[in-house]
Write a protein that binds this ligand. Structure first.
Ligand code: HPA
Length: 250
C-alpha cells in the first residue's frame, strides 16, 4: 500500500476533515522544511500533510525549501506525493475553479536549489546522476487521479503543460504569449523544482492544479486578488471532492 503525502498549495494550509493524530518536526541536511508534517486520517485513509507555503502561508514560492520538504517526506517513508497547486490558465478551455492534472512541464524558474546531487551537501553528493525526466509526473498516480475524476462530475482537464515561473510577481501578458507559443496551458510558481526533486528520490509524484485565474492578458484587465480568492474557494472545494474519490484508489 502506498504511503501517501499531500503537499498543500495556496489556500491549502490544512485539510478540513482530516483527523489529526500528531505533527512531527524533521530537521534535514538541507535545512528546515516548510513546517512539521501532520499525520492523520482523511476519509479513513492514513496519510501525511505538509503545506508548501507554511502553516501561516508565509513562505513565498521562490523561498520554499523544496529540498527539505521532499527529503523530509522521504525520510518519513513517503513514496507517493500528491501536490496541490494554484495556477493561472493559459488554455481558453481551462476556467477558474477547474482542476487540471498536468502531464508535462517547462521550467522557467532560476536560482532555486534544485537538486540533491550537489557536491559538499547532503547525503547524495558523492555521485553524479542524470535522472530521466521525460515524463515528469508519475503515470500511476495520474491514472488514479483521472479514474477518481471520472467518478465525480467535476470539471477536470486530463492533461496540460505546466509552466513553472519564478514569482512572486505574476507574469506579463507577453510572457504568457511566449509560454503559449512554447506549448504551455497553465502557469504556476511552485511546480519546479518540486517535481524533479521527487523524481531524484524515486517518489511517485503528481500534481492537481487548481485554476485560480485566467493568466495575464487572458482575462479582462488586471488580475484581481479578490477574484483569485473567490475562484480558489470553488477550486479547493473541487480539489477536496477529488481527493476523497482518489484515496480509496491509491
Ligand atoms: N501565474 C502564476 N502563478 C499563479 C497564477 C498565475 O496567473 N495564478 C495562481 N498561481
Amino acid at each position: 500500500m502506498a504511503k501517501l503525502a499531500i503537499i498543500g498549495g495556496t489556500g491549502i494550509t490544512s485539510l478540513p476533515g482530516m483527523q489529526i493524530d500528531r505533527k512531527r518536526a524533521v530537521h534535514t541536511p538541507y535545512g528546515e522544511p516548510s513546517g512539521p508534517v501532520t499525520y492523520g486520517q482523511y476519509c479513513d485513509i492514513t496519510m501525511m500533510f505538509l503545506p508548501r507555503h507554511g502553516y501561516g502561508h508565509n513562505i513565498p514560492p521562490h523561498q520554499i525549501n523544496y529540498r527539505a520538504n521532499l527529503w523530509c517526506l522521504e525520510h518519513l517513508g513517503v513514496d507517493t506525493v500528491l501536490a496541490f497547486a494554484s495556477v493561472g490558465s493559459i488554455h481558453p478551455d481551462m476556467q477558474p475553479g477547474d482542476l487540471v492534472i498536468p502531464h508535462q512541464l517547462i521550467d522557467y524558474t532560476w536560482g532555486r536549489s534544485h537538486t540533491f546531487f550537489e557536491q559538499g551537501q547532503g547525503d547524495r553528493a558523492e555521485s553524479v546522476a542524470h535522472i530521466d525526466f521525460t515524463e515528469p509526473y508519475c503515470g500511476r498516480l495520474r491514472d488514479s487521479l483521472l479514474k477518481a475524476g471520472d467518478n465525480t462530475d467535476l470539471r477536470i482537464h486530463k492533461q496540460g503543460v505546466y509552466a513553472a515561473t519564478q514569482g512572486p510577481r505574476l507574469e506579463t501578458a507577453a510572457e504568457i504569449d511566449r509560454f503559449e507559443r512554447d506549448g504551455c496551458d497553465l502557469v504556476g510558481m511552485t511546480g519546479m523544482p518540486e517535481a524533479s526533486l521527487a523524481r531524484e528520490l524515486n517518489m511517485c509524484y503528481a500534481t492537481c492544479a487548481v485554476v485560480a485565474n485566467a493568466a495575464a492578458g487572458r482575462g479582462t484587465g488586471e488580475i484581481s486578488m479578490d477574484e483569485v480568492e473567490s475562484n480558489m474557494k470553488i477550486g479547493l472545494d473541487n480539489a477536496r471532492v477529488l481527493l476523497a474519490a482518489l484515496l480509496p484508489l491509491v
